[in-house]
Design a protein. Structure first.
Length: 328
């Protein structure tokens, strides 16, 4: 007889308490599947929701987690192709389905995208129900704990650089912040054809990590003038693309200052700090600089990244620092 309850980490918005509880196993409706969660990532935005740094979300109680991978446990009505037992990775959210763009077929332009673990129950549980449209098949040779990171920690910097930032073959890129996003930004920048990758981080261990993962240079802003060094390394031309992966305004300001003519700066790391740039607007215009926000990706991006990991071209084996049970 199938279990009717499961263990899940449940967040109470009023008290801001997270506790592992017994809750009912959700039932998949039409077009939905029940996933047995094998691994779920812990993202900083999960922590920020719990500690109150990010704005409140609409649910009084929610199971966090938007990085997940597992196997299909049950298939709802009207679900094509997918079958019980298949290994899958889950997209971190879905379109709302009711705004004018979704109704008109332009789901990519959804006005109110929903994030798993914030707007609906997520992957910090033994099971989660999701629409079949958010599934991507997972090959046997990718461990679940690595797969769980792909739909955010890997895909977000990849799409931010390649799609939003238009990283081109042979360009010079600077990456501010070599943490959970930055380690994957270094690797995907190399895969995308960047000729020069400069990593910037105030922690020496992070700088060393960037070099091991493929950065050409790693700069510590506590010990050197980053702008001067970037200009030296680029023969005075500056960066084609600068990426703020730290979510710190000081990093963004420094990144913009290192741009060359027609350079783009992309904000991937998020925080509640107001954006403040010291570059005069006349120079922003004269140099044709762009400052771009970024979040999200498309299903095809996850499919492509899964293929890269499966083929060995993208190595996520060093991206998992710890594996802990749900109870912890």
């Amino acid at each position: 007889m199938a279990k009717t309850t499961m263990r899940a980490a449940r967040f109470d918005r009023a008290s801001r308490q997270l506790s592992v509880q017994d809750v009912p196993v959700p039932e998949p409706g039409p077009g939905e599947v029940l996933i047995r969660v094998e691994a779920a990532g812990i993202c900083a935005s999960d922590l920020h929701m719990i500690d109150g740094i990010l704005p409140d979300f609409p649910l009084d109680h929610v199971i966090p987690g938007h990085e997940g991978a597992g196997t299909i446990a049950r298939v709802g009505a009207a679900v094509p192709l997918w079958q019980v037992g298949q290994r899958v990775v889950l997209l971190a959210g879905r379109n709302c389905g009711v705004c004018r763009h979704c109704v008109g077929g332009s789901t990519k332009a959804c006005l109110k995208p929903l994030v798993m673990g914030q707007n609906y129950n997520g992957s910090w549980a033994e099971h989660v129900v999701v629409p079949f449209s958010v599934l991507v098949a997972l090959p046997e040779n990718i461990p679940f704990e690595q797969a769980a990171l792909i739909p955010d920690a890997v895909a977000t910097p990849y799409t931010g650089m390649v799609h939003r930032g238009r990283l081109g073959l042979g360009e010079a890129v600077g990456l501010w912040g070599i943490g959970g996003l930055g380690v994957h930004a270094v690797q995907t920048a190399r895969l995308a054809g960047a000729a020069l990758i400069i990593a910037i981080d105030p922690i020496d261990a992070a700088c060393q990590r960037a070099l091991e993962l493929g950065a050409d240079h790693a700069l510590n802003p506590r010990t050197m003038d980053v702008h001067t060094e970037v200009m030296r390394l680029t023969n005075g031309e500056g960066l084609d693309l600068a990426v703020d992966l730290a979510g710190v305004n000081a990093a963004l300001d420094q990144a913009v200052s290192c741009l060359g003519r027609y350079g783009r700066a992309v904000i991937i790391g998020m925080c509640l700090e107001p954006v403040h740039l010291t570059e005069p607007s006349v120079m922003l215009g004269y140099m044709n600089h762009e400052v771009l926000g970024h979040d999200g990706y498309e299903q095809r991006d996850i499919t492509g990244l899964v293929r890269l990991v499966a083929s060995g071209k993208l190595d996520l084996s060093r991206s998992v620092s710890h594996v802990v049970p749900l109870e912890e």
